[in-house]
Design a protein around this ligand. Structure first.
Ligand SMILES: [Zn+2]
Length: 366
């Protein structure tokens, strides 16, 4: 964009060079005041953790899987957003590999199909379950994602693929996604094949960020981090968030604790510490409540350069509602639940704003 502007400036100044000095003087202040704004919206949800109870409910008579009914509420939200992110916690190795639940998951690819149908176009593949089915599982998952339009990050089939720049563009705003996990549940990453899943070190992240930072307007980093079942970010999460902010990352999307954590600004970097579960058959109220986030990205182009601002960060809750025995599992927003949930809603949304009261609750589903 900077290059484009420079070219335009040269062209216009060049043209005025043929006219009188008065014309040039009249045009220059206009050029110097030139300012062009564009914007895009982003929506995000957390972990898709497909336990047996989730995919068994989705099974159809012909032996396929259809997740559209249990996730239908997402279709009421995503059409309003340009970019939609989620973390595919369990690999989509597909039925050919044999489906499995906790502790080593393999999930039906039809879940990805339904998410693609909703318009999810940013997907993290780096998490502690990425290696659940070894390299075979990852290759089956990557073969699936290679045929989808979404930008995936965090797992690749080679070093070349891992390091290839993926740059998306929406409304004239360029972006990319990087994704990392703290580990892989003790399953060792095959030596010499570290590209299969990004298990982060500060050095790795710094190198990756350095390579892409100047190539895009918006840099989004997905972090699978923290300690399970706590609403409070750990010291390590806070330290890494500060590290990412110092590197100039615009948005940090955190997940893994299976429960929600606060949202805060660190300088100009917006950090969602944990989105919690999007969908799962985990038990206990705290694990059935996920965080939905949304924001507007604004790009301003002036002769001085390009500036990016994340604006109006919002948050709301998404519930995995089910009956005894995980029957009739259904994603719901607060407007779809009865009065008895109001108190729960207040309690859990107060976790989100604990660090920063300026985060707006609600207004995501309109
Ligand atoms: Zn996890």
């Amino acid at each position: 964009m900077k290059r484009w502007w420079g070219w335009l400036l040269c062209l216009l100044l060049g043209l005025t060079g043929c006219g009188s000095q008065a014309q040039t003087a009249a045009l220059q202040p206009q050029l110097l005041n030139f300012s062009e704004k564009s914007s895009a919206t982003l929506f995000m949800v957390g972990d898709a953790l497909l336990h047996g109870a989730v995919y068994k409910q989705a099974q159809t008579d012909d032996g396929g899987y259809d997740f559209s009914e249990m996730t239908a509420v997402l279709g009421e939200i995503t059409p309003q957003y340009d970019l939609c992110f989620y973390n595919q916690e369990t690999i989509l190795g597909g039925t050919a590999l044999g489906l499995s639940s906790y502790p080593t998951f393999n999930s039906p690819q039809e879940f990805g199909d339904v998410m693609m149908g909703y318009g999810f176009n940013l997907v993290s593949l780096a998490n502690n379950h990425t290696l659940d089915k070894g390299e075979t599982g990852i290759r089956a998952s990557l073969a699936y994602w290679a045929n989808q339009e979404a930008m995936t990050a965090g797992s690749a089939g080679s070093f070349e693929e891992r390091d290839a720049l993926k740059i998306g563009e929406v409304n004239g705003i360029t972006y990319t996604l990087l994704a990392y996990t703290y580990g892989t549940n003790g399953i060792p990453v095959p030596e010499g094949k570290e590209y299969l899943v990004n298990v982060y070190t500060k050095e790795m992240i710094a190198q990756d960020v350095e390579r892409v930072r100047e190539q895009v307007d918006v840099l989004i980093v997905s972090m699978h981090w923290g300690v399970e079942y706590t609403h409070t970010p750990t010291q390590e999460q806070r330290e890494m968030a500060q590290f990412l902010a110092d590197l100039g990352v615009d948005l940090v999307i955190g997940h893994h604790p299976h429960v929600i954590q606060p949202v805060e600004w660190i300088d100009d970097t917006l950090v969602y510490y944990s989105l919690g579960n999007l969908i799962s058959a985990q038990d206990g109220l705290m694990r059935t409540i996920g965080l939905m986030g949304a924001l507007t990205i604004e790009k301003t182009v002036t002769p001085a350069g390009v500036s990016i601002q994340l604006k109006e960060p919002k948050a709301d809750l998404i519930f995995t509602d089910y009956e005894a025995g995980y029957r009739n599992l259904q994603l719901k927003t607060i407007d779809q639940l009865d009065e008895s949930y109001q108190e729960i809603y207040q309690e859990y949304t107060s976790i989100i704003t604990k660090e920063d009261a300026s985060i707006q609750i609600g207004g995501i589903k309109q």
